[in-house]
Design a protein around this ligand. Structure first.
Ligand code: ZN
Length: 292
């Protein structure tokens, strides 16, 4: 297992972690400067943050700072109420893939979607099996385009508490079954983004990480599970402040062949988003060395 204790060469910052600083939204170009000042070598930005500054400007800035990506957030949300909606979702995924290409991302992370409209509180239907079918078909279609342009897709299984509104793929096993169905050759073009927040509780986690192997493990996201969790979406803990055995899980991931970045992804409206970006990033670096 790699030793992270003496540097933060393998730290990546998912830019959601510092999208709000002292309670206010901060533009991505400022976040990139803050990462560059600290010698952080990789980030994973969100599409809306990129769009707000401009895709080409962000691409130039990353290049100037020699900062790479550990992923691009995000594609997915495939299910829809009707054919026009399904097509719109696929078109949007193609645009995400193109943007990821421009930014030289190693993969597009897929939050696959669930009951269409549920995120807004009004699901167009309640048949989760139908949603899973639409997810399958959507990934298959997006994968065709991803193969053409050479941009891997990483399915992120989400904690089952988000099965209705964000992702109806909820275990690593389910995600890998889909990978095997759509990419039996293990081409490296379809895999998973493993986020400890979503999968740490899974009794099959170690076994399924071994099954995934290097070809399927495209991204690794870390944070911690707070006690108590005060908000299901945005109360993630800083690494070391919760119950997730991060060293153990990274050991499994690296034993399976993963040698990429540990990407810190913390949505924290009640805590870290209220602190300064400097403090949050400095603590990310310290915890990366001491507990990740
Ligand atoms: Zn994640």
């Amino acid at each position: 297992m790699r030793d992270f204790s003496s540097n933060h060469d393998w730290l990546s910052i998912n830019t959601a972690t510092v999208r709000k600083q002292s309670g206010a939204e901060v533009p991505l170009d400022r976040i990139i400067d803050q990462c560059a000042e600290r010698g952080i070598r990789a980030i994973s930005p969100w599409r809306d943050q990129v769009a707000a500054v401009g895709l080409d400007q962000i691409a130039r800035q990353l290049k100037a700072h020699d900062i790479g990506l550990s992923g691009y957030c995000r594609g997915g949300f495939f299910p829809a109420a009707d054919v026009a909606g399904l097509k719109a979702a696929l078109d949007d995924n193609r645009r995400a893939i193109d943007e990821a290409k421009t930014l030289n991302a190693p993969c597009v992370v897929l939050v696959v979607g669930a009951l269409p409209g549920a995120l807004e509180g009004k699901p167009a239907y309640t048949d989760i099996a139908r949603a899973r079918g639409e997810v399958r078909d959507g990934i298959a279609a997006a994968l065709e385009y991803a193969r053409e342009v050479g941009m891997p897709l990483a399915i992120e299984p989400l904690h089952p508490m988000q099965a209705a509104d964000r992702a109806c793929i909820n275990t690593l096993e389910h995600a890998l079954d889909l990978c095997d169905e759509l990419d039996a050759a293990r081409s490296g073009m379809l895999g998973v983004a493993l986020d400890v927040y979503h999968v740490w509780w899974d009794p099959k986690l170690q076994q399924q990480i071994a099954r995934a192997g290097r070809e399927r493990l495209l991204a690794y996201h870390v944070c911690d599970w707070r006690l108590p969790t005060r908000d299901l979406l945005s109360d993630r803990g800083m690494m070391g402040d919760g119950v997730i055995e991060l060293r153990k899980i990274r050991g499994w991931v690296e034993a399976a062949g993963f040698a990429g970045f540990s990407e810190v992804e913390i949505f924290s409206n009640l805590d870290w988003w209220q602190r300064t970006g400097s403090e949050t990033l400095d603590v990310c670096i310290e915890r990366h060395r001491s507990v990740v």
